[in-house]
Design a protein around this ligand. Sequence first.
Ligand code: G4P
Length: 553
Amino acid sequence: MFKVHFKSVAKVILFLRAVKVDIMDIKKEINRRRTFAIISHPDAGKTTLTEKFLLLGGAIQVAGAVKNNKIRKTATSDFIEIEKQRGISVATSVMTLDYKGVMINILDTPGHKDFAEDTYRTLTAVDSVILVVDSAKGVEEQTRKLMEVCRMRATPVMIFINKMDRVGKDPLDLLEELEDELKIAACPFTWPVGSGDRFKGVYNLEAGNIQLYRPNKTGLSEAILDTASKEDQRLKSIVGEDNLSKLWEEVALAKDLFEPFNKDLYREGYLAPVFFGSALNNFGIPELFETFINIAPYPSETKTNNGLVRPGDPEFSGFVFKIHANLNPNHRNRMAFLRVCSGKFERNKMYYHTRMSKKIRFSAPASFMGNSKSTVEEAFPGDVIGLYDNGTLKIGDTLTEGKEIQFTGIPSFSPEILKEVINKDPLKTKQLEKGVRQLTDEGLAQLFTQQQGNKKIIGTVGELQFDVIKFRLEHEYGARCDFKTLPYVKACWLTSSNKQKLDEIIKRRESTIAFDKSDIPVYLAESEWMLKIVKEAHPEVEFHTTSEFSNAV
Ligand code: G4P
């Protein structure tokens, strides 16, 4: 009797110990993770900076590896060329590197503005961002929009002012512009030494030393001087007396005019450390990289429809924020990108898919080291893993160990360009329907159906998606289509606590009502003015411009 009792107590102790060790392991893993995105207005230097991080972290050995995958700014043909090489672009959706024991996950975001929604969704999966600004152009349209999304989620932001090797705006003016336009306190961490073709390096305001460089062929620069002495004779001879006195003047002014660093304010998204440099020449990048590793936040809690999930919670949970369909057109498989939010993800364990109330197991989850992909046994909060899927997973889906929760804040935005799909090959109707469904599952565009005549309407935020959809339908599904432009400028989701009122608007406005994939009614507005009139006519109905109605971001 005693023996039995003793045995069960011992078992409980062993179990508790195992759980404790597990939790401690998870905490250790969380603390060493930095999951972030580099974002910018197209052409500011996001790709070049990403590449320099990978070079510094030893994940790639030559410059140019990332560049080849980049989605080009304007030309559709370039984009389509890239799409043909989807295998590679999947690998660059997330790039992981282990730098001095810190696991860095860089999430890639498309540069083109027509794919902004994909970028916004990716930002739901990061803990911080580095925003790249072109020193000659300053704050641009996409810079502002991206910053708005960061502000909405209180994402910590660091700013890198790039292309200092070109003639650009005055550094002090740039900082003021950042503050005015981005509504964030700018805190300079480094200051440029010279500019244009006389740009030689950076002064580190925190450490009080100057680093001067010379570009070299490997894509990484060579340090030619590292000094903390203002009187260093070599400094004078390389930089020149004039440039030096200008530097000290500007630094003194900057210290006076701008906020000192405060980690809490940075972590809460009110203050942005600012760095100057040249991504192309790798000037000022090591300073940015080291500071990023030291101060960027590790994973923190995530909102669900039922409270917060903390990364240190022992049970695994995560959400899907991106899907790539048809990695290999012959196998029709897709890859869903999942961000781990809590606990430990393990290969081959059964997990609970909360939207479908069903259990799933993943036998070959992928992780992305540098620019190659491999099967992973376990993953921790902050990590992004690729899950092969045959159509079960959708953007926004939650996986848990059994908990009935749904992560929030992964919205679809109200589309502004709406076109009807016209089938050009009736023999391929099934393929067309399947293709449209799968491509819209990927988040490339949104699909609405109008009951009258079963019309399929595609909604996007940019024109380029239509070219991409058409191309992919033809090449991946063998279906041909055209798009007929519809006279709508916005689609708003409709809800009401009064079912009768909802039915009433659906009936009265039948010709401008469609349904999304979850059968939620959507009002298609012909103009902002019309939207206002219809809203006034149906005061008990709510009109939403993001798909996430019940849980605000
Ligand atoms: P993006 O991803 O933000 O769109 O920008 P990307 O890194 O592709 O950079 C856009 C252009 O700016 C590229 O030139 C790149 O070489 C250049 N660039 C990036 N950083 C710097 C810098 O520090 N100084 C200077 N002078 N140029 C920089 P491109 O001509 O469009 O492409 P490529 O022909 O060089 O590949």
